[in-house]
Write a protein that binds this ligand. Structure first.
Ligand code: TNX
Length: 505
């Protein structure tokens, strides 16, 4: 039966649907909002006979990922072939779509998804998951009609870097929890996970040439818990897990400040030859690396050589924030050396906005958290800005006045505060900005419950800031869609903060 489509351009970004129409999928409450969404007539029904296909092996593998994510809740076979089917996925570099872009056409008869690259195809499948009833995202069999509304969507991200940072140094989170969060990032088309691997309170990555870093430095965390670290095998598996979901893991080794866990692991890194005391408090310490000691530079070089060898992607984060008590000239020489060192290995250096005080070669990323003017000025040296202004992007801040934990130094960040900002500061062009990152520091975050509670739903807001064109973003529309989206997070078992300012379904 071929359906006659009445295509209606649905201006839902500006006109939220009338209250109480009772149909939460009209318009489909997609997050992030696609660039262009046209709602058609009718719906595609998934049943026992529904088959998926990829036009080639890469597309078929992505179709299988989609089918596998839907089988537990739907109980449908959702077989995947190569060729044509009810839901057909195609990678076509000549389809006139930008990087990571996709086109999705759903009618009552079939769905076709076309993308310029594998990432775009994967993001298109995340849209399909959101077009289905929320129960489709759960892991237990649900008794609902598996329908998708007819739509024509054309979509692509605003920024290339749509990230989240998790500090695994203040409190350690093991591979299982990180994989779970990667799945959640991917659902929202967030594509970078920055892991803050080292700090005063803990060292979280195995370095075979300096084993005490993990064995001693990894055995502490804030509050005196056991800490932990990723073995190199676990790290590589995590990087691969993320890559299958088109998420890039960016490792951060934070030097020359925030270095106590390293100083506690090896006496020789200290002028008196005695290991520093382990630290499990929440303050920022002032004892950084001792750059006057030649062995310090050997350590840093060895750490980055191993880190780069076990991490395939282009960006590495050198931290370089809050280097209290490190002389300006020493700091500058160190950061410039780091840039040259990682560049020699084919990598692009990312650092917190303090690196803007250093004369740098073009081709770096400066992550703005504190001093916007410094970050903006640094772009003139040939860098790109990664936007994480604390007052919008710091997810360790309290949500609102009802908070029982969380930091307050950058103010409360409710969902609207996480949504209502633009990563492109005055004075910069869109192309000067590589993207944005929500950052979760974990001085006070020590469990899955707290992780979920602080990350979600504010990261949903960041996802839309990073994806949807600025002119198409609208709080009232997002507010409505997030209320519906809560049912998806419920189906996924996410312990998100049910913020009072959202009308949750
Ligand atoms: C500042 S942001 C820090 C972190 C803290 C955070 C707490 C940055 C680059 N440094 O070390 O955890 O504030 O909100």
């Amino acid at each position: 039966m071929s359906a006659v489509l009445l295509l209606l351009v649905f201006a839902c970004r500006r006109d939220p649907p009338a209250e109480g129409n009772g149909d939460d999928r009209d318009p489909p409450a997609l997050v992030p909002m696609p660039v262009s969404l046209v709602v058609g007539d009718g719906e595609l029904v998934l049943d026992d006979t529904t088959r998926l296909a990829g036009a080639d092996a890469v597309a078929a593998a992505i179709a299988e990922q989609l089918a596998a994510s839907l089988r537990p809740a739907t109980g449908l076979p959702l077989e995947v072939d190569v060729g044509d089917a009810d839901i057909t996925l195609t990678i076509d570099p000549d389809a006139g779509l930008p990087a990571e872009g996709y086109r999705l056409d759903v009618t009552a008869d079939a769905a076709t998804l076309v993308a310029a690259d594998a990432a775009g195809l994967f993001w298109g499948t995340q849209t399909i998951r959101q077009l289905l009833p929320p129960e489709a995202l759960g892991d237990s069999l649900a008794d609902v009609a598996w329908t998708m509304p007819a739509v024509a969507i054309e979509d692509a991200p605003r920024f290339a870097w749509r990230g989240a940072m998790i500090d695994v140094a203040r409190h350690f989170f093991g591979p299982d929890e990180i994989e779970r969060q990667i799945d959640l990032l991917a659902l929202h088309k967030l594509n970078v996970l920055h892991l803050h691997l080292t700090d005063d309170q803990g060292w979280r990555i195995e370095i075979t040439s300096w084993p005490n870093l993990a064995v001693i430095g990894g055995a502490t965390e804030v509050g005196g818990g056991d800490g932990g670290y990723y073995t190199q095998a676990e790290w590589k598996a995590l990087v691969a897990y993320a890559a299958e979901r088109h998420v890039t893991i960016v490792p951060e080794i934070d030097f020359p400040g925030h270095a106590n866990a390293a100083l506690a692991s090896y006496g020789e890194l200290n002028p008196d030859g005695v290991p520093a005391e382990p630290y499990t408090g929440t303050a920022v310490l002032s004892n950084g690396l001792h750059l006057e000691l030649p062995v310090t530079w050997e350590l840093v070089e060895d750490v980055w050589t191993e880190m780069i060898a076990m991490t395939p992607d282009g960006f590495v984060h050198v931290g370089a924030d809050e280097a209290i008590d490190v002389a300006d000239a020493d700091y500058a020489a160190f950061v410039a050396w780091l840039q040259a060192h990682v560049a020699a290995e084919g990598r692009t250096m990312v650092g917190w906005d303090e690196i803007g005080d250093v004369a740098l070669e073009p081709g770096f990323v400066i992550q703005h958290w504190w001093d916007e003017d410094r970050a903006v000025d640094a772009v003139a040296m040939g860098g790109k800005l990664l936007s994480s202004p604390a007052e919008h992007a710091y997810l360790d801040m309290v949500h609102d006045a009802s908070a029982t934990y969380g930091q307050v130094w950058a103010g409360a960040i409710d969902v609207e505060q996480a949504y209502a900002w633009d990563p492109v500061p005055a004075g910069l062009d869109e192309t000067d900005v590589i993207g944005l990152e929500g950052a979760l520091w974990t001085e006070y975050i020590d469990s899955r419950e707290r992780l979920d509670f602080m990350l979600w739903p504010r990261l949903v807001a960041h996802a839309e800031v990073g994806w949807t064109p600025a002119a198409d973003r609208e709080w009232t529309s997002f507010h409505h869609r997030l209320g519906v989206h809560g049912r998806r997070l419920d189906a996924l078992g996410v312990g998100y903060y049910r913020s009072n300012d959202i009308g949750w379904d």
